[in-house]
Design a protein around this ligand. Sequence first.
Ligand code: ZN
Length: 189
Amino acid sequence: MYRISSVKTATVRQMRKTVNRVQEWDLGFRRDINDWEVEELSNLLSALEVVHLDDEEEDRLIWKPESDGEFKVSSFNKILMTIRLDPNPVFNIIWEAPIPYKVCFFSWEASLHKIHTQDRLQRCGITLVNRCHMCKRACETVLHLLFTCDFASKVWSEFLNLFGVSWVFPNSVEACVLSWESPNKKPKI
Ligand SMILES: [Zn+2]
């Protein structure tokens, strides 16, 4: 509903009008409501129904977690820290790892198969010939790009050899993250 409002900064009081002593809402939409938006509008009207405005007080936005009603980034951050965003253990391992955020972000996207590999672009309806740019021998999937491609596996081997580790390549990014969960936990050999 907010998307189609022509007065996005209006207060509740400004939306309300009284006609013949009956309270009505003039919500100022810039177009008619579509069928699929009726339920959303109904929910909005239900929420407005229970609003009682005190004519003595100014109608303004308040931030409930603060006693003075003023929004503070610090209090918003405090609330975010108390919310467990995702019960997925992979999420916590990635985002709690002592690595740069851009690496966390890429790893998280890869674990969700959201990186723009060619197979994903095809699923999004883009017509292309799916072929790995590096080896030109297989379709480009997350698993292939990051693990099973000859080029990727060479990089992994070089890296792991530095630490004398032998590693069975995982069958998914999630399995990889879980196998590297703790610095004290050795990867599956
Ligand atoms: Zn390849």
